[in-house]
Write a new protein. Structure first.
Length: 328
């Protein structure tokens, strides 16, 4: 048996995946940078296609963060079903302090420069509790929900076959995303018409979290096969082409670009799941080799990805403001 086909160790340290968090952060920032200047592109078909090609290449980012959260917790606890307090203590103490500081800083910035938000967020404490201080802070609220669900999901994982658990949440995720694209139930569509409203709740992302929880054995199985080396990148490219085409077609039909290119679309499940799995598969294969310079630098970015994520929207606003002053 060749070295490439040898079964990897059951557990690979979390440090092997840190660089992927840095890569995902770049993708998230890329989406937000594009949203500040891409609107003129939508005046022509060529511009819409260009916007779709760039934007959709980043749409694995938030699903990956959700997936790696489930993966990391499953690696940490193994077959153990942790208590609710244990998860709250270990995860929330890492999550909340930086979030509270960033929320206060963002709120103060909006008071000083009202045009950045339009108006100060009403009821600051309530907005902090539901992750609504800025357009990206929903993610903390979302991850907190998934952390609270983890003990229940870990209990189910021990009692339900992996394939059945994955099938149930996949059917749910496809059904929910398909529902969001239908004209049925106008009240529900009013509540979830905004992409931000769709992103705030655990049931919009549960597939990725459960996939992450079950991904360890899947990655080990893939390491025993030859085809992933070529099959995973090919499948990633094909699924990427699909979401680009569908986003472009939707914009051609005058769909709001934010809705046409959002995360909560059925085809994105395919692309984000395959590409995220491919990245983790690569990380496992690269875990025991000498790392190139760029990968070590990406490790640094990954280690700081959470605070950088929290503050990056403020930095983007400052840069836009500076550029407007220079161009006057």
């Amino acid at each position: 048996m060749t070295a490439a086909l040898k079964k990897p160790p059951v557990h690979i340290g979390a440090s092997a995946y840190v660089w992927l968090r840095g890569l995902a952060l770049i993708a998230v920032i890329g989406i937000h940078v594009l949203s500040s200047w891409q609107w003129p592109l939508f005046t022509s078909s060529a511009g819409q296609l260009t916007a779709a090609l760039i934007d959709q290449s980043f749409r694995w980012s938030v699903p990956f963060y959700i997936l790696i959260s489930g993966f990391g917790l499953s690696q940490k606890y193994g077959d153990k079903v942790p208590g609710m307090f244990e998860v709250l203590w270990t995860q929330f103490r890492k999550l909340l302090p930086a979030y509270l500081i960033a929320s206060a800083g963002l709120y103060l910035a909006f008071l000083l420069v009202p045009s950045w938000h339009g108006f100060p967020p009403p009821n600051f404490l309530w907005q902090v509790l539901q992750g609504g201080v800025d357009y990206h802070t929903y993610f903390v609220w979302l991850v907190a929900q998934l952390y609270l669900l983890f003990p229940v999901l870990a209990w189910i994982k021990k009692r339900v076959p992996a394939w059945l658990m994955l099938l149930i949440v996949l059917v749910w995720q496809i059904g929910w995303y398909a529902w969001l694209d239908t004209p049925l139930n106008s009240n529900l569509r009013w509540q979830f018409a905004s992409d931000q409203q769709q992103y705030r709740w655990w049931f919009s992302w549960i597939w990725y979290f459960v996939l992450g929880m079950q991904l360890g054995p899947i990655l080990e199985w893939l390491e025993t096969k030859v085809w992933p080396k070529f099959g995973l990148p090919i499948l990633s490219l094909l699924s990427y082409g699909l979401i680009v085409w569908l986003a472009f077609t939707a914009m051609q039909q005058r769909t709001d670009p934010l809705i046409a290119m959002r995360f909560t679309r059925v085809p994105v499940i395919l692309f984000a799941s395959i590409f995220s799995t491919y990245l983790l598969w690569l990380a496992r294969r690269w875990a025991n080799i000498s790392r190139p310079f760029w990968l070590r630098e990406m490790d640094i970015l990954g280690a700081w990805s959470y605070p950088l994520y929290l503050w990056h929207t403020l930095a983007l606003r400052v840069l836009v403001l500076i550029s407007q002053v220079i161009l006057k």
